[in-house]
Design a protein around this ligand. Structure first.
Ligand code: ATP
Length: 313
């Protein structure tokens, strides 16, 4: 389990991460999504004790990462595959990791095989590896201590489509065996197929979080446009629906489409348009949320979706 509570990082005047809170439960993959510069890496570095937070806290398995004895036996971390020592071979890199963590050397060979780095590749120096090969080696390094939590920053970078599919299968399997996975990406498609929950960050703030289903039906999802703006607004307000202006004679309503349709029908208001804002899929919602949060000068209204009942148990 990973718990992040009002985590904040300021670099001078710049708030790289501002009051970010979320939780990752055992048995789940959490997709940590956001455009470039959103604050994903900074958040993950704070979780792993590499960057001190300006405020807030983060725990892994109930304690701050830095207080975990032999952390690699509990938490597998891949933050920057490019940072590996270029002069060592893949085999040496993993052998050293095994030694540091106190696991059998045989596990190094086992992991190399598991991530699809054959013996010939493992004998080559990391400096000559492609980014995809480094990512595979980084995942092997993260897994070698048999951890129950994985924290991976953009692990799909440099992987080909087959590699991305392989990684998804590996992470799904890891979570299905009870592991906790936090996985970042700036591409929704990369994580959409594997993640159970999503945490969307933009401009250092949480823009939305929840399951795919929760996010798609999150409040604020229905856009209505009418012939007469004030009659439409009146009908929606009279029905007690939360309404937000959205351009000329249009409103976004935080309610199911049926409730909106019934409210306007009851008032005899003529509609020109009624549609689910997120009708184009999670991608549209992701783009809308991140664009909104990135351009907002004031604090954006986060779409907070409570964790599912299973997650709360
Ligand atoms: N050491 C630092 N000093 C000053 N600013 C920093 C530092 N590290 C990060 N930032 C700033 O914090 C913000 C968030 O950066 P971060 O790397 O966490 O984003 P990210 O979501 O991981 O982006 P990417 O997908 O491009 O890796 C950016 O504006 C970045 O310029």
């Amino acid at each position: 389990m990973i718990e992040v509570e009002r985590l904040t990082k300021r670099y001078g005047e710049v708030a790289a991460v501002e009051s970010v809170s979320f939780r990752c439960d055992p048995g789940t993959v959490t997709g940590f999504l956001g455009p470039n510069g959103a604050g994903k890496s900074t958040t993950m570095r704070m979780i792993c004790g590499l960057t001190p937070p300006s405020a807030g806290s983060a725990t892994v398995k109930g304690v701050p990462y830095r207080r975990i004895a032999n952390p690699g036996r509990h938490v597998g971390v891949l933050l920057d595959a490019a940072a590996m020592h270029p002069g060592r071979t893949g085999r040496e890199t993993l052998g050293l990791a095994a030694q540091v963590l106190g696991v059998e050397q045989a596990r190094a060979a086992e992991m190399l095989e598991r991530v699809g780095l054959p013996a010939k590749a493992a004998r080559r120096r990391v400096g000559g590896y492609s980014l995809g090969m480094r990512q595979r080696l980084g995942i092997a390094q993260a897994l070698i201590g048999d951890p129950s939590v994985l924290i991976l920053d953009e692990p799909a970078n440099g992987l080909d489509p087959e590699g991305i599919f392989w990684m998804r299968t590996l992470l799904r399997d890891f979570a299905d065996r009870g592991g906790t996975v936090l996985l970042s990406s700036h591409l929704l498609r990369e994580v959409e197929a594997v993640a159970d929950r999503f945490v969307v960050i933009a401009g250092g703030r949480i823009a939305a979080q929840g399951t795919k289903e929760e996010l798609l039906t999150a409040p604020g999802g229905v856009l209505v446009r009418g012939l007469d703006a004030s009659a439409l607004h009146g009908a929606l307000s009279a029905a007690g629906l939360p309404v937000r202006p959205e351009g000329e004679a249009a409103f976004t309503v935080a309610a199911p489409a049926e409730a909106v349709g019934r409210a306007v029908a009851a008032a005899g208001v003529v509609l020109l348009e009624l549609r689910q804002v997120s009708g184009g899929g999670l991608e549209e919602l992701f783009l809308a949320l991140t664009a909104e949060a990135a351009t907002a000068s004031a604090e954006p209204p986060p779409v907070h979706v409570p964790p599912s009942k299973e997650a709360v148990k």
